[in-house]
Structures are given as C-alpha cells and as structure tokens.
Design a binder for this molecule. Structure first.
Ligand code: GLU
Length: 507
C-alpha cells in the first residue's frame, strides 16, 4: 500500500435501521474514497451491547448494496485490517486504555452510579451542571484522589472504569475539512469513560484505536459528532499518534420549521426516511422506504448528493460515476441542508427519463408480472414509450390499467362536457376509418385520423376527447395514436363499439 493512500470508514452502530442521513454519510465517504483512488471501509461499532438491535447490521449491509456503494473492506468482505466488527476486537482495547493510564492521560474511577446521580441532582438544584473534570476530580473516588494502596485494592477488586484526564483550561484547535479552524476550550469537556470494568471500551476509545489501526486518513461523519472531536484530538495527542483529517457533515433539516429531520417527520409528511423497509423487532412497528416507494437507487443517491454538497454549477442530475468525478469536501456546505420531499420525487422522475428504454423494460416486466400481467417485451417497450414522460415512478406504468382492459368507468366530467349531440355520429365515422387502417401502427393511424378531420372539417377538440374516452375511459393521457396501436385494431374497435352503447346514456 502506498503511504497516505486515502482510507475512509463508515462506522455505524447497529442500533436500528440506517436512515437517509446515515446513507448520505456513507455516500460522501464512498465518493471521497473513489475520487482519490482510496479505500472505503465499513466498520460496525457494536460495543454498546445495551443498544444492539438484531437485524440492524444486516439492514446496513443490504442498504449499501441496494445503493450500489459497497465497501471495499467490511465484516463480510474483510481486508488486512480486520476484524471489522468492534465486538470481535474486544481483546484489543484494554492495552490501549492501560497505555493511557501509564502515560498519565487516564485514571481508574470507582464512583458508583448513585453518587454521580446525587452530584447531578444537587448541581441541578443549584441551576448548574455536574461535570466530572479537573474541577471535581479530586472530590470523587478515583486513582487520582485516593491513596495508592486503597486505589490499587479497588482496581484489583475489579469494580472500576477508566476515565480520560481532560487537561484543564486548554484550547483544542483543529482544522475541519468542511468548517475550517474549529476551537474548543477543554472546560466544556468531561473526563469521558474510555473503558468499562467488563472490558468493553466505550465508543470514544474504540473509535480512535480502530481509526489508528485501520490507518484511516479522513473521518467524514455527521455534525452530531463535532462536540466529540476535541476529545478525539486529545486522545490522538495522548497516544502520540497523528490524527486523521476530520470533516463534519451538515445536519439534514426537516422540510419546514426548525430542527433535524427525524423518522417521525417522514411519517407526518408522508415521505420515506429509510432506504429499505424496516420492521422494528421489539415493537413490530414498520417503516416505509425509498425502495418501497419505488425510488431508483440512482435517484435516491442523487438526491442525497445534493443534500449538503453543491457542485458550484447548475448541474443537478448526477450518475454515481459523475458524482465521483466532481465530489470534493470543500464544496460540502457548513449550514444545515433542508430536505425537500418534492425534490426527491423530481430526482426520481428525472432519472427515469434519462434511463434507456431497454433498461426500463427489464425493470418493468417483473413489476407487471407481480401484478399478474404477462406482457411481451415488445409490449413492455411500447408501454415505456407511451408512459416514460408521464410518470414519476416506474410502478405507475403498471397502473395504466386501460392498456390491459376495457374501461370499467368513464371520466364523468368529460362525458358531460365533451360528449356532444353529434359525437356518436363522429365516432361511428371514425370507427370506419380505423377499421380500414392498415397497417395499424401509430403513424398510419395518425395519418388517417388527420385526413378524417380534414375531410369532415373537424378540429382535434371535437374528436380526440371522445375517442380517448371510448378507448381509455380517461380525460387525459399519452398520445391516442400510440394507445390505439398498442391495443391493436380488434381491441380498439371493440372498445369503441361497447363504449358507444354505454354512451347512449350520456346525451
Ligand atoms: N458509531 C458512530 C455512529 O454511530 C460513529 C461516529 C464516527 O463516525 O466517528 O455514528
């Protein structure tokens, strides 16, 4: 491996399904890696066993697969830096916690939960907050405050945690690739627990040790981790390791109002926030998804790409390859990115129009089949040609039921407004023109239809709405010549005959 080759990781905790914000983080990591010829890693951060949700890891893997942004190294597909699941690296962390204790950067603490809770409650009463830090450390029970013999005995008894010793009154400064220089005073930081007595590291220790051992060069993650970054910078300093470059992505905001987009917003607003369907294993609650709503993964990713990054041009439609070409951390925005559900639909519609017909036919056939419609490839292609410009989602093509069966009802407004006293006569004449149209393809139908209008001195408005009603029952839709050709002569004439009988009640 070349030194300094880009290595980035997406490091979700399997505490539930990945929502669209998580997918965006994965996507930006993927794009950055591919842009720089680097490696995209999936690391499962499952040290907090209390928050473990069965099925969540599988969901994450499946979601990345559906999106087409699969990791180069992962639990499923390990590289040379494994294991890629933190629970399987458990034995590794204790020595690093020890190292920090030896270096004087960490200490053992023995306080029970009740003592800490009482301190918190007391502080709250005094309208302050309790922080375990340089100002309170010596009041607590730990290897800094207790006599050595007592502390050693408590360590041997095994009821302890290891806490990081945040230095008092220091300014921690680092450069974030998106935000520029970021400064924190250590006064806002507490002595975080790094290691629990059960031998499990906390997120902070495991995250830094693994990023170091996995030679991660850039940490690209959500803004909610920015407050942890100074602690992470100090941890690198304490170990004597060089820190990766940090890049904290902006929050994704709700469509309206203030605050971060939540899964409940999706429920309220009727839009998905998860890539794939998810059933909560404990509550049985189910969540809808982009996949379930009929979004293509390409459109979903394109929407996420522009939710926090802008190319600096007018270009909006991106393939994944184009995104790899153009992506840069410098153009990730600093402020929150507002999610717009209508724009998400627009991305799907626009990608659908850009997709070539043969690919759409391939996707449409199984959709039709699942609805019990067996259609030839040629017919599916005609459907694509008819409907490509008119639908937002591919599955809507299967809802054009008039392509498969005679109308069960006729649009009432049109029967009232457009079916005039002379329409039956006009339709009968048109029926004869169609009966003698051969070949019965869209071009010949169009030619004969127009000749008919000319001969009868009729405008389109006097003929087309009635013709459409008889064949489809609808007020609008794709081109009538194409629809008639799709139905074929026999079916078209049959629908005209049957429709005209029903139409006797319209005048
Ligand atoms: N496990 C953390 C999460 O669930 C990872 C944060 C990070 O990328 O450092 O998001």
């Amino acid at each position: 491996m070349t030194p300094n080759a880009v290595r980035v990781r997406f490091a979700p905790s399997p505490t539930g399904p990945l929502h669209m914000g998580g997918v965006r983080t994965a996507l930006y990591n993927y794009l950055f890696a591919k842009k720089h010829g680097g490696t995209f890693i999936l690391r499962i951060e499952d040290t907090d066993q209390n928050r473990f949700v069965p099925g969540a890891e599988e969901y994450i893997v499946e979601a990345l697969k559906w999106c087409g942004i699969e990791p180069d190294e992962s639990p499923e597909n390990p590289g040379a830096y494994g294991p890629y699941r933190q629970s399987e690296r458990k034995g590794l962390y204790a020595q690093y916690a020890d190292l920090l204790v030896q270096k004087g950067w960490a200490y053992y603490a023995f306080d029970d939960e009740a003592t800490i809770a009482a301190k918190r409650a007391l502080a709250e009463e005094n309208k302050t907050t309790f922080q375990y830090d340089a100002s309170t450390r010596m009041e607590m029970r730990n290897s800094e405050s207790l006599p050595k013999a007592e502390s050693d005995a408590l360590i041997a008894a095994g009821n302890w945690v290891i806490r990081f010793k945040i230095p008092a009154h220091r300014e921690v400064v680092f450069t974030d690739a998106i935000r520029g220089e970021v400064k924190f005073n250590t006064a806002v930081l507490d002595d975080k627990v790094l290691m629990k007595g059960d031998g499990m590291p906390t997120y902070h220790l495991a995250n830094i040790v693994d990023d170091h051992l996995m030679e991660i060069t850039h940490v690209i993650r959500g803004e909610e981790w920015l407050p942890s970054a100074p602690l992470h910078v100090l941890l690198y300093e304490a170990f004597g390791w060089s820190a990766p470059t940090f890049a904290h992505l902006p929050l994704i905001l709700k469509p309206t109002g203030n605050g971060k987009l939540s899964k409940r917003d999706g429920e309220k607003g009727g839009f998905p926030v998860f890539p794939l369907n998810w059933t909560d294993p404990s509550s049985g609650e189910t969540w809808s998804s982009y996949q379930g709503a009929g979004y293509s993964p390409e459109a979903f990713l394109n929407m996420l790409l522009l939710l926090g990054w802008n190319p600096g041009t007018e270009k909006e439609l991106y393939s994944l390859d184009e995104a790899v070409q153009d992506f840069s951390l410098e153009r990730v925005v600093k402020s929150g990115a507002r999610f717009n559900p209508e724009k998400a639909v627009w991305f799907n519609e626009s990608h659908l129009r850009e997709t070539d017909n043969a690919a759409l036919v391939k996707q449409l056939l199984p959709l039709l089949e699942s609805k019990g419609r067996s259609v030839s490839e040629e017919q599916a292609l005609s459907m694509v040609l008819l409907l490509k410009e008119r639908v937002q989602f591919l599955h809507q093509m299967t809802e054009a039921t008039y392509l498969f069966e005679a109308p069960a009802s006729y649009d009432e407004k049109t029967t009232k407004k457009k079916w005039k006293a002379n329409t039956p006569e006009v339709m009968s004449a048109l029926r004869e023109v169609l009966a003698s149209t051969s070949p019965f393809d869209a071009a010949t139908i169009e030619h004969n239809f127009k000749a008919f209008l000319e001969e009868k001195e009729l405008g389109f408005g006097a003929v087309l709405p009635g013709f459409r009603l008889l064949l489809t029952g609808e007020a609008g839709g794709p081109g009538m010549y194409e629809i008639a050709a799709f139905l074929g002569k026999e079916e078209s004439l049959k629908r005209m005959d049957e429709g005209m009988k029903i139409a006797e009640a319209w005048v």
